[in-house]
Design a protein around this ligand. Structure first.
Ligand SMILES: CC(C)(COP(=O)(O)OP(=O)(O)OC[C@H]1O[C@@H](n2cnc3c(N)ncnc32)[C@H](O)[C@@H]1OP(=O)(O)O)[C@@H](O)C(=O)NCCC(=O)NCCS
Length: 169
């Protein structure tokens, strides 16, 4: 399988925050943002693998900044590392200033998707070759995050999480 670059899975979704999508403080409801991120990440994983993909886990979400009603929100998703059948997707959330048009980062998240066949069984995906400095950093750290996610899910014995343990030694 020919390896791919992160830019080939880049997915950008831009949309407004409407009144039905806000909480009582008139900021974007967290669940709505999670859904937008899941959608963008799913397209990204599909672009990388060209297979059916399913969300295996939400590894990390940071709601650092509230996003007010009427904001223009951009969800930017890219595969940050591919393993055998799973792909880590890194998502950056940007909010656009109405007057200047400048975008500031509001949140970020990391999802894991798995490529599956028609019966839902995991299938292999192309490997990823990071290019930019940021892509390389995210690629390097992805194995630790995968091990952490598997340990938390009870799918990996902590003793086998070598990359993760190396952080603390
Ligand atoms: C995700 C799913 C396909 C994994 O199937 P499985 O039988 O556990 O298969 P495996 O154990 O072989 O795992 C497949 C891959 O997923 C990875 N994976 C599974 N659970 C994971 C988790 N919690 N975190 C990170 N990676 C995980 C495995 O490490 C493996 O990766 P690799 O092949 O790249 O090494 C299966 O659990 C599933 O279909 N879940 C439901 C998905 C869904 O419906 N999502 C929508 C949510 S509503």
């Amino acid at each position: 399988m020919t390896p791919k670059h992160p830019s080939e899975s880049l997915t950008i979704l831009t949309d407004l925050v409407l009144p039905s999508e806000t909480n009582p403080l008139n900021n974007l409801f967290g669940g709505e943002l999670l859904a937008r991120m899941d959608r963008a990440a799913s397209i990204s994983a599909r672009r990388h693998s060209r297979r059916i993909v399913v969300t295996a886990s939400v590894n990390h979400v940071a709601f650092n900044r509230a996003i007010p009603l009427g904001s223009v929100v951009t969800v930017e998703a890219k595969v940050s590392r591919a393993f055998k059948s799973s792909m880590e997707i890194f998502i950056d959330i940007w909010v656009e200033d109405r007057e200047s048009g400048n975008k500031t980062k509001a949140n970020e998240a990391i999802y894991t998707f798995v490529a599956v066949d028609d019966t839902g069984r995991p299938v292999e995906v192309p490997q990823l070759i990071p290019e930019t400095e940021l892509e390389k950093q995210r690629y390097e750290a992805a194995l630790r995050r995968k091990q952490l996610s598997l340990v938390i899910a009870g799918k990996m014995n902590p003793h086998d999480a070598t990359e993760l343990k190396a952080l603390f030694i």
